[in-house]
Structures are given as C-alpha cells and as structure tokens.
Design a protein around this ligand. Structure first.
Ligand code: NAD
Length: 328
C-alpha cells in the first residue's frame, strides 16, 4: 500500500525573528553564492506578473541546490493596498520540497527572511569587496529594507559614521534611529556628498531613474546596488558600471532585471565583464585588486537565497521545538 501522507513542518512568520540572526542568514547566503558559482546550485527563471487585481504584483522564485538539497520556491509579491488593512505590502511564503521524493516538506513565513537574506547578500559583497579600512557607510534609501541593510553591513567593517540620502526626506528618521541603535553618528547629506565621502554605499530604493551619478563617485568605494530587482528599475548611472569592477549574485538576472540591465542595453558594458560574487568566495576571482578601485555588487535577489535561509529556519525550529507539524 502506498503511503500518500507527508509530514509538513510549518514555521510561522512570528517564529522567524527568534530563529534567524543576521549571522545565520549571512552564512547561508555566502554558502549559496559559492555553490551557485560551482554550478551545483541553480535558479529557475523568475515569474513576476501584474495580476490585474488589487494592483498586485505576484510571482515566484525557485531553484535547487544539489549540495544542501534545498528545493522549492518563494511565492508572493507586492500588494500596495495592504497597509490600510494593517498588513505588510510585501508578502511572501517559502515552500520547500523533499529533493528525494518531491513531497512537500515545509511551509515557512518569508517576509522577515526576505529582509535578512537581502541584507546578507550586500554584507557578503562588503566582506569580500569593500576597502579594508572603510570608515564611512553611505545609505541611499530609507524604506523597510534599509535598516536591515545597515545592521548587516556594520558587522563587516569598522564603520565610524553613517551618511544617508532618501528621495522622501521624511523617511530619513529610520536611518538616524538605526544608526543610533548601532552607536554610530548619522548625517543626512546630498547625493554628491554621499558619493564623495562614503567608502561603502548601499542603495536600496524602488527608483526607476538613476540617483547616484557617475560624477558623484570621486574615489575608491564599494557600491552594493540592492534595490533594482525588476525590469525598468535603476539606482545608479549606467556609465558608473564601466568605471567599476562589477559583481553580481547571478549574471542572467543582473543583465535582465538587475542594475546592469541599463549598461548592457546601452552597450557600455559587456556581459563578460560581470563577475559572480561566488567566484570571489571560492577563490577563483581576486575580488578587489587595488585600494583605489570602484567595486559594484548588483544584488538582484535569487530564489536560492530564500531557500537557503528557509532551510536553516526549519532545522532550527525543529531543534528548538517551535516548529508545527501537520500530516498532509
Ligand atoms: P519601501 O517601500 O519600504 O521603501 C522604498 C524606498 O524607495 C524608500 O527609500 C523610498 O523613499 C524610495 N523611493 C520610492 N520612490 C522613489 C523614487 N521615485 N525615486 C527614488 N527613491 C524612491 O521598500 P523596501 O522594502 O525598502 O524595498 C526597497 C527596494 O528594494 C524595492 O525596490 C524592492 O523591490 C527592493 N528589494 C530588493 C531585493 C533584492 O534581493 N535585491 C529584496 C527585497 C527588496
């Protein structure tokens, strides 16, 4: 007789904060980027659609990691009217499957995990690419993700100051409060001053036009472009990518939905000039070559990042007795 039932582990959104630290997310994402570069983990094409209801964008990101056996998808999207309902506009859930049998294995709340895995990606780029003596962190963007980005970044260099700019200045309090929590002084500056003074720049906005211009960046810096994850979005001027050594999580996404899409479309950058961050982690690419170089990480956000952190969340939830199990 064939057993048709599966035991499914549920890790609700409310448990994630107690399970996943920024270090846990960092380790999972670093290992995933390395596995992607060894070609033992790969992402499937991204689906993202305007569904013609509630103004929502819905989609899923999926993939498989043959090393960790993480198989599954993150599904969800953006519901702009959620805020008036007292809900987060971004909604996501991760579904994991058993790689040996295809049976559903776990259902994991994906909202906080998304912020943690995105911050972990830019932190990985900072660890491997930022100037060693970086002292000033420049933040472009002050939305939901920005606080997670700042907290993860400061774990990898001895920053002495945070400077920031945002399209909506009234949101800058998020940056100043996060910096205060981290015992760092914060100053709101113009984009030109930010480009001139910051040793590391993180951009995390939903902009559709360049904010940081080529002329703003006057010396060595590392730029983590984290906001551009959709066709049409843009945070930095395309010509800046020609001055920088460019890295990404996944080249296919970088040239289609990432920051590099514009430089590629205008023929100022060739796909062959974009490097995988995983190759730096694996020691196949030296990363930053000189102290006065500009490095740029195009963090497009891949499904494997979501699967990696969700897999760890399931293991920890089971270990600590906070997972719920249902027979399915
Ligand atoms: P949010 O809605 O909380 O904040 C939006 C940010 O963009 C704010 O700083 C806002 O001032 C700024 N902004 C809005 N309109 C702008 C405009 N016209 N010009 C310049 N700036 C503008 O969003 P969030 O959750 O902080 O996400 C920010 C971005 O990061 C989004 O584009 C989101 O899709 C992207 N994101 C990327 C990844 C990834 O893996 N790369 C993961 C999560 C989110």
């Amino acid at each position: 007789m064939v057993n048709q039932t599966s035991k499914v582990t549920i890790v609700p959104e409310s448990e994630i904060a107690g399970l996943i630290t920024s270090q846990t997310a960092f380790d999972a994402v670093e290992a995933t980027f390395a596995a992607m570069s060894r070609r033992s983990a790969y992402n499937f094409p991204v689906i993202r659609e305007a569904i013609g209801h509630a103004d929502a964008l819905y989609g899923f990101k999926s993939g498989f990691d043959r090393e960790s056996l993480a198989l599954g998808l993150k599904s969800g999207g953006y519901w702009p009217e959620n805020e008036v309902r007292g809900l987060t506009n971004h909604q996501s859930t991760v579904i994991l499957f058993d790689a040996d049998t295809g049976r559903v294995k776990a259902l994991v709340g994906g909202n906080l995990l998304t912020a943690l895995r995105t911050a972990a990606a830019s932190a990985v780029s900072i660890k491997y690419l930022a100037p060693k003596n970086a002292r000033v962190l420049g933040m472009i963007g002050a939305g939901h993700q920005s606080a997670f980005q700042m907290r993860a970044a400061v774990e990898h260099r001895n920053f002495e100051k945070v400077i920031g700019w945002n399209f909506h200045p009234e949101m800058l309090s998020r940056l100043s409060e996060t910096a205060r929590d981290l015992d760092l002084p914060f100053e709101s500056v113009s984009l030109a001053d930010l480009g001139e003074q910051a040793d590391v720049i993180i951009s995390i906005t939903s902009s559709f036009a360049p904010l940081l211009m080529d002329s703003h960046v006057t010396s060595s810096t590392h730029i983590a472009c984290m906001g551009t994850d959709t066709k049409g979005k843009q945070e930095v001027e395309a010509s800046l990518l020609t001055r920088a050594t460019v890295f990404t999580d996944e080249i296919a996404q970088s040239i289609s939905i990432g920051e590099a899409q514009h430089a590629i479309a205008s023929n100022v950058l060739k796909e062959t000039h974009i490097n995988e961050i995983g190759s730096v982690i694996n020691g196949d690419h030296p990363g930053r070559n000189t102290d006065d170089e500009i490095t740029l990480f195009d963090g497009t956000g891949v499904g494997l990042q979501d699967l990696a952190v969700a897999r760890v969340a399931v293991d920890l939830a089971v270990e600590r007795g906070v997972a719920r199990e249902v027979t399915f």
